[in-house]
Ligand binder design. Sequence first.
Ligand code: NIG
Ligand code: FE
Length: 398
Amino acid sequence: MTSTLFTGIAELVTNDVLLEGADQSEHLGALSEAAVVVQDGVVAWVGPVSGAPPADARQDVGGRAVIPGFVDSHSHLVFAGDRSQEFAARMTGVRYDGGGISTTVDATRAAGDDDLRALVAARVAEMRAQGTTTVEIKSGYGLNVRDEARSLRIAAELTAETTFLGAHVVPTEFAGRRSEYVELVTGEMLAACAPHARWIDVFCEPHSAHAFTEQEARVVLSAGRDAGLGLRVHGNQLGHGPGVRLAVELGAASVDHCTYLSGEDVEQLAAASDTTVATLLPGVEFSTRSPYPDARRLLDAGVSVALATDCNPGTCYSSSIPFVLALAVREMGMSPAEALLAATAGSAKSLRRDDIGVIRVGSRADLTVLDGPSYLHLFYRAGVPIARALDPVGNHGR
Ligand code: NIG
Ligand code: FE
């Protein structure tokens, strides 16, 4: 057992509202001139450097800020192929409707195991290099038993937060046979995928002919719950719809996108704030030229809010939480502190985790270091790659 004492932390954001001596004014539990002791990947001590206990090794981070590693609670990293032309078309006004997903399904099915694994691993490494220490990864570009199970097996090699999204869209070979596809998803496909998944998700969207209706989504989620999976929902992305209502009704951990919300949706989310998190994905609005969700309205109503990338080849091929944070403060009415909290503790809550998104004794030592003296530099220096996940055994240099 080797312990490491990290010093030279100009500002430590802990998200720990109980931490003695920390500034709680923005709920970030920030401590200046701080130190952290890490042992076996777990935080063993947090406090002012003046009171730090001895440790086996010592690392000085050089007057930088340290924050909880970003928790990217929504991504679709298991895919092959390229849809940059679709992005270019959208920039000139073409509307997103989910139709391009079939292009990625074809490319993903055609990819060899090793090639697909290498693509996913590179994307996870890209996230880590930008400060993300936990990522949720969905299937959803296999859409048959073999390729959905394969996608989840590969994802599970890289994260514990794996999500079965067989109900992403109805694949083209099932055109005109929607109910047969729902039967496959809830039957043989679920049986093959559940052993590799923690969560089940569904694209519930009446504004896309490719996605699932409220009733289909309810059937899919109920089957997933019966198979022991936690529930997540893609909802209210392309227009007003039933996603939020369904997520709250079924006690889903998260309803994601939430771009178009009625007053009733907001009320329901506020009432369910202990159970269901509204996960906002503004990289999608950026990449589809859509209006941004109204985060201010949600926060003011008392809704639990998370921020994530949705990294995927269609609606947002960005793996960058700092980019998402910039959009959240500039376009969605969030303060820097609210945005940072949403991409750490908020997204951890959406994964029903209390060991990440926070730096306190007993939490995972998922530390992200910023090339700057305070968390505000994440926003102040928009577009500059100042955040990176810190190796807990040391080696903080680039
Ligand atoms: O979260 N909305 C559904 N699924 C993805 C996009 C998938 C794609 O276009 O490839 C999303 O936006
Ligand atoms: Fe998504």
